[in-house]
Design a protein. Sequence first.
Length: 454
Amino acid sequence: MIDRPRTRPLGLLLLVVLVSSAACRKGRTGITSFPGAPVILVSIDTLRSDHLPDYGYGGVETPALSAFRKEAILFEKAYSHVPLTLPSHATIFTGTLPATNGIRDNLGYQMNAALPTLAEILKKGGYGTGGAVSTFVLNASSGIGRGFDLWEDQIDPTRPNEPLGLIQRSGAETEKLLAKWVESQPDDKPFFAFLHLYEPHTPYTPPEPYATRYRGREYDGEIAFADEVVGRFFDVLKKKGAWDRALVIFLSDHGEGLGEHGEDEHGIFLYRWALQVPLLVKLPKGERGGTSVTTPVQLSDLFPTIVQGVGIAGIPPPENTLSLLEVAAGGAAPARRIFAETLFPRIHFGWADLASLVEGPWHYIEAPKSELYDLAKDLGEKENLAAGTPQAFRSLRIEMEKRRAGFSAPGASPARSTPRTRRSSPRSATSRAGRAPATVPSPTRRTRSRSSTT
């Protein structure tokens, strides 16, 4: 009897190796890439990381995201660069800070035409590109939709002079529009899908059963509703057969004040609650699913993460960014100081614009009265340590002078800016901090403490 079975496992093993090599490539650093993988980016507006069960919060149920977390890598300390919708998404799509990409507020700025966007790069790489958004401020006129085959932004005011922050549509409607596009994509062509939901942005009006279930906690009710919509979209991807091979990223663009430090919403201050956001990344086949990364990362890191993740060569990472795949694989992350800014107080109130740097546990906020907090001991940022002038304060203040760009007024090009000035401070008007003005076309205020920021 001829003994042949031993040769079969060897041949089978060789076949598995060849197939795996084609679907999943590793460079010299051991960083994985997945050429041709579908790319799914889900952005939930105004979602604080500390209001999700995956980040330790017990006040809301999110079954879809909790299931997703088992397949995804969770980044415990992810930071936005600006607490406003349009500028934050511009940093994600270009990998650059607002002063570089040109978008520094929700209105009056244009995307720097010289910068390639994720959608443009993926489209050149053979991807179909589709996006659907839930707020007027993400309409294509700023350039935010550049490179997308579909940019579904048809959102109209429901009444004359409606405040900008109220010009929105239900995430359920937006999901249906993008799901239809996803279902139409050919199976033999990769695609990039961007879904943006406006829940839990004000005015916090969750539908039933969440309105009743979360009465008195409507912000959490809208989070629960957003979870339902996200789960529905994930089911579409699974039904299409794209889920297992997809790179799926879930995030928020910025947080929400909910009354902390006197701000109900966002846009004015740069405290941790405004900047720290949820970030979960699912690799194809759930590789490294259920793990966590403690290294601080930033939303601009998503640009090199996606470019590298699908194996597109020749695109250098933007300055001061790194691939999250490298960090998740255990690579040594360089020491970085994560920058954030908001021009909202200056543009809309005539107050000083603010900037901040996060380095390790330290959070430095440059304002007319500088602030320094130790986030390892003081997550609520109640004890300002700047007066003691520790070494961290001096070092971060010097770094800020190097990093902070001048003020560029709405309508100015990214290259044109004026020197910074310290006018009145929002800290001198903390009781008014949550009463940001409604943006054009109507400068009316909704309530004492509700703004129309986005």
